[in-house]
Ligand binder design. Sequence first.
Ligand code: HPA
Length: 271
Amino acid sequence: MNNILSRLRETAEFLKGQFEHTVRIGVVLGSGLGNFVNEIEVEKEIDYHDIPNFPVSTVEGHKGKLFFGKVAGKRIVAMAGRFHFYEGYAAADVVFPIRVMKLIGVEIVLLSNAAGGVNPDFKIGDLMIIRDHIGLSTVNPLIGKNMDELGTRFPDMSEPYKNYLIVKAKEVATRLNIDVKEGVYYAVTGPTYETKSEYRMVHILGGDAVGMSTVQETIAANHMGMHVFAMSVITDIGLQDSFISHEEVLVAAKAAEPKFAAIFKGLIEIV
Ligand code: HPA
């Protein structure tokens, strides 16, 4: 059997043995957004180190734990800490947990990230619902022999972020009186932040925000027919800021975290 497939199945079986309930909703918490775990009525938490075949996150601000539990009465599985391509993982490793989620029954994935704003209407602390992405500046995780058991060779990407989830999230935001933007996420590999010319390029090419995650996971999820919703917290404005640091990105993400958490929680309640 294909090596990745057998590892995926082994990990899924391990997790099913750890948590007896089926879970329909998966959540990935981005940089500085790990406090969302406080919203979870935790039933089981597992360190990534203890999960067979899971890579281990190396970035500060990521907890590296998988949480099973309830949010707004719904069972979810949440990743506090994700795997980034810039850490040196193969694209297939970056998407490994998303694929495992599918194998344990997850149908809807909610992704989050910190991103740099390039839309001139954006400011630090804004939330941006990702309507679409541009992923051509990163590595497609489906490159290689197709795993037909997971999905088709040439997946459609006309609606990578499900419109019905975007509509519901906007309803939640309106009800809670939280301002949300909507836009296109432009994925880069990192780990450098962009030069001024690169931020300008991202904007000219149609991006509203730029970041180092999410797109590979979204591609893998779409390949397997999962429904994706994703939201960015705008943590810096590359064309205006004179210096960008990871610390500043984490501080801005943490400051916006309560708004982000309220929307994710509200969305989980109604999907
Ligand atoms: N660029 C890329 N990734 C990011 C940024 C950025 O400005 N901010 C947070 N993640």
